[in-house]
Ligand binder design. Structure first.
Ligand code: ZN
Length: 283
């Protein structure tokens, strides 16, 4: 009873940042012997095919999709209510709105990326990370869940925001099947805490200390003490080389993963977790 961490990355920039990120992150996971899940946009697979394919074939890496061009499934309206400029707002506004794609576009993006994934990796894609995430995930959107089911997706990471559409997502939000929405075999795997260091920078109240590693250390203790499931997330942002990865995200990732390992935390991929949840449910 020491908790479970699903280390997850959104690989979405279709640029040198993707290449540097994969060059840094994959060897780090190999060295630490910790599995991870990478959610790739179709555009990123097309732009960096060889690197994505090599990462996806690594035994410690589980691959999933992140739509074709990063279209939102649900509109996000961030309203932190603390009087400070909101994350992503170009004009210093204290709120930020970004609209979802229409249903037709969402279905096209998911289907197109399912095909790109199959052509690249030689097996169907079973998981999706919803760009930007949303409060309550897709609980209130059975129409979207039916589209996910139609294109063959089995699990989704979409509950990644709090009631203000900001972060952190509370740790009491844990994985669940969308049974009440009519999709009993479709699993939600929420992203608790912050989606990445830049969201912590804006939204954290520093109650756990001045650095992101302080927050992450608290999170590990909380997960261990309560035997929780935690999706720890990051992105291929600002990582044009493996060295850049090591000097930025690699610093806090190594720190939190080392602490979690020594605390006895279990690490699994999203696909392995999905199979466990299905087996547990069905006895
Ligand atoms: Zn993303």
């Amino acid at each position: 009873m020491a908790g479970t961490i699903l280390v997850c990355y959104d690989v979405e920039t279709a640029s040198d940042n993707t290449l540097g990120f994969l060059d840094g992150a994959v060897p780090m996971h190999e060295e630490m012997d910790i599995p991870c899940t990478m959610s790739l946009t179709g555009e990123t697979i097309e732009a960096c095919t060889a690197a994505c394919k090599a990462a996806g074939q690594h035994p410690l890496v589980c691959s999933a999709q992140h739509t074709y061009s990063h279209v939102l499934l649900k509109t996000v309206y961030m309203q932190p209510g603390d009087g400070k400029p909101c994350s992503h707002s170009a004009d210093g506004s204290d709120t930020f709105l970004i609209e979802a794609g229409d249903l037709e576009t969402i279905e096209q993006e998911l289907s197109r990326t399912q095909q790109i994934f199959l052509d690249t990796f030689g097996h169907p894609c079973r998981g999706l990370t919803a760009p930007w995430g949303a409060y309550r995930g897709l609980m209130d959107r059975p129409d979207l869940l039916r589209i996910l089911d139609k294109v063959g997706l089995k699990w989704v990471r979409s509950y990644a925001r709090d009631h203000r559409d900001c972060q952190p997502t509370p740790f009491d939000v844990q994985a669940f099947f969308y049974a009440d929405q009519g999709l009993p075999d479709l699993l939600e795997i929420p992203i608790q805490g912050y989606q990445d260091d830049f969201y912590w920078e804006r939204f954290d109240d520093r109650a756990h200390g001045p650095d992101y590693t302080d927050y992450l250390s608290w999170a590990v203790e909380h997960v261990v003490a309560n035997d929780l499931i935690w999706c720890l997330n990051s992105h291929d942002h600002g990582t044009p080389t493996a060295e850049a990865f090591e000097n930025t995200k690699g610093v806090w990732l190594r720190d939190v993963l080392t602490k979690a390992k020594s605390a006895g935390v279990r690490f699994v991929t999203c696909e392995a977790f999905y199979r466990e949840q299905l087996a547990a449910r069905d006895g």
